[in-house]
Ligand binder design. Sequence first.
Ligand SMILES: Nc1ncnc2c1ncn2[C@@H]1O[C@H](COP(=O)(O)OP(=O)(O)OP(=O)(O)O)[C@@H](O)[C@H]1O
Ligand SMILES: [Mg+2]
Length: 254
Amino acid sequence: MGRGVILELKNLHTEVEQKEILKGVNLQLKRGRIYALMGPNGAGKSSLAYTIMGHPRFKVSRGEIIFNGENITNLTPSERAQRGIFLAFQYPIEISGITLFNFLRLIFNTRVDDRKSPMEFSKFLKSKLEVLDLNEKFISRYLNEGLSGGEKKKSEVLQMVIVNPELVILDEIDSGLDIDAMKIVSNTINNFFNEDKTILIITHYQRFLDYVKPDNIFVMFDGKILASGGYELIDLIEREGYETLEKRREHDEI
Ligand SMILES: Nc1ncnc2c1ncn2[C@@H]1O[C@H](COP(=O)(O)OP(=O)(O)OP(=O)(O)O)[C@@H](O)[C@H]1O
Ligand SMILES: [Mg+2]
């Protein structure tokens, strides 16, 4: 498929209850790359993720979202999912009454053409569970109900592996993971990644990025992309903090 642009955000503005959250985001993501998105609390990172996924709460007031050359700005979340976009939530929701197993079968069947019988699907799933060091009992529990923070994050990663999307947005997938879980999750992400995929990792911590090694880092501040670059940006943030970065940007020092 090559290294073309997979996602393009053009002057994207969104509102939540008449409050402007994204204030003109321009962003280009390419196939075969891993990106990190950093920024202070409330900068709009999760809002950006939700907007790409098409959450109805986030109204696009200006701008466009282009995925694989198609304008998807007005598509529903499930239409976007079918096209190959996946979001792992910062705060996964709990749904009582649907088991993780049934949920995974459902999302597998809507996205992947390769139909599997329940037996075949069980076998396929078992191999994925092992990779994530998850107990088989895990999948007979209701979706995220009563799971620990780290288990919820693993459940999100499991969904990613099952759905096999082209564009993955991982919103603070590292938060709440112990060090062993962080290694398992980052290994799973690295094994999943290939030349045809694109991963956007939203995180506050350099530690996770040491494991997944993004090609490019974006910094978001107050609803806009403030800077884009390599690891030197992380050092700069650690040394100076986001506010200083923003002020220097205003004065054209970076
Ligand atoms: N449903 C909502 N109603 C009102 N304001 C909202 C809503 N959702 C998000 N916001 C506001 O949008 C802004 C951006 O929030 P967002 O969750 O995108 O930040 P973030 O960069 O992900 O922060 P964090 O690092 O803390 O996760 C915040 O000021 C937040 O209060
Ligand atoms: Mg967030």
